[in-house]
Design a protein around this ligand. Structure first.
Ligand code: IPE
Ligand code: IPE
Ligand code: MG
Length: 246
């Protein structure tokens, strides 16, 4: 926890810029989403090839329901298609899929497909792919608090410790992200993994998501490798711990 790993164990990505990618080409936004969905396959493979163990992708936020209904419905259709087309191949490559977020808002068909894909890939261990859909960091903290209270009806809120709450977050069995990548030029986290990113290195890049390829990932990893992760300590403490470990 004191030295900087050369490579992140867990990468989280805010896949932003699909709409602007399309607009720049005088195409409808939905074309950008189709291109963006293809990019998911590419980045999953690139991460597996680089031995990244955990990849978490922000696909749809709790705020994205505010978009025009046609766009929301395209995004839902793409999700269904993705589960239909790509999961078999990804499963062969050892990808385990999990979906986090409030899935009760999805159609019964989509919910069933998600559950089936999770079940079919539950034994895989090469890459843990988590898709955040109808996910919000604030929602996650709230649902974790409620779940903790439900599980501990005799305890008071004063008994609640940080590690107790973390155990009820939807990412409870994942390590916290080491690296966040956000494409599309914005420097914000838009209600993604708020609790979990307390010490995540944040990489904001102007490329639109459909243009983010293997070379872009390599650049992000090179940037990450140059960071010193202090976790509140001083540079000297970090250097001493690294020397002691080697
Ligand atoms: C990200 O691209 C995809 C989702 C939010 C679902 P956007 O659709 O936000 O693209 P821009 O930001 O409008 O370019
Ligand atoms: C964040 O992108 C959500 C996803 C990529 C799924 P948005 O495009 O929705 O973010 P804002 O609204 O610009 O902050
Ligand atoms: Mg956007």
């Amino acid at each position: 926890m004191t030295t900087e790993p050369a490579q992140p164990q867990h990468i989280a990505i805010i896949m932003d810029g699909n709409g602007r990618w399309a607009k720049k080409r005088f195409l409808p936004r939905t074309v950008g989403h189709v291109k963006g969905a293809a990019g998911v396959r590419r980045i999953v493979k690139a991460c597996a090839d680089r031995d990244i163990q955990y990849l978490t992708l922000f696909a749809f936020s709790t705020e994205n329901w505010r978009r025009p209904p046609e766009e929301v419905s395209t995004l839902m259709d793409l999700f269904v298609q993705y589960l239909q087309k790509e999961m078999a191949d990804m499963s062969k490559e050892g990808v385990r899929l999990r979906v986090i977020g409030d899935r009760s808002a999805f159609s019964a068909d989509l919910q069933a497909r998600i559950a089936a894909a999770e079940q079919a890939t539950a034994h895989n261990t090469t890459l843990h792919l988590t898709v955040a859909a109808n996910y919000g960091g604030q929602w996650d903290i709230l649902q974790a608090s409620r779940a903790w209270q439900k599980a501990n009806p005799t305890l008071s809120i004063h008994d609640l410790r940080e590690q107790d709450l973390a155990a009820y977050l939807s990412t409870a069995d994942l390590p916290d992200p080491d690296l966040l990548i956000r494409t599309g030029g914005e420097s914000r986290i838009s209600n993604f993994l708020l609790w979990q990113m307390a010490y995540t290195e944040m990489y904001f890049v102007d490329d639109y998501w459909p243009d983010f390829d293997e070379a872009s990932l390599t650049k992000a990893l090179t940037w990450f490798a140059s960071r010193v992760r202090r976790f509140g300590r001083t540079d000297d403490q970090v250097a001493n711990a690294a020397n002691a470990a080697s």
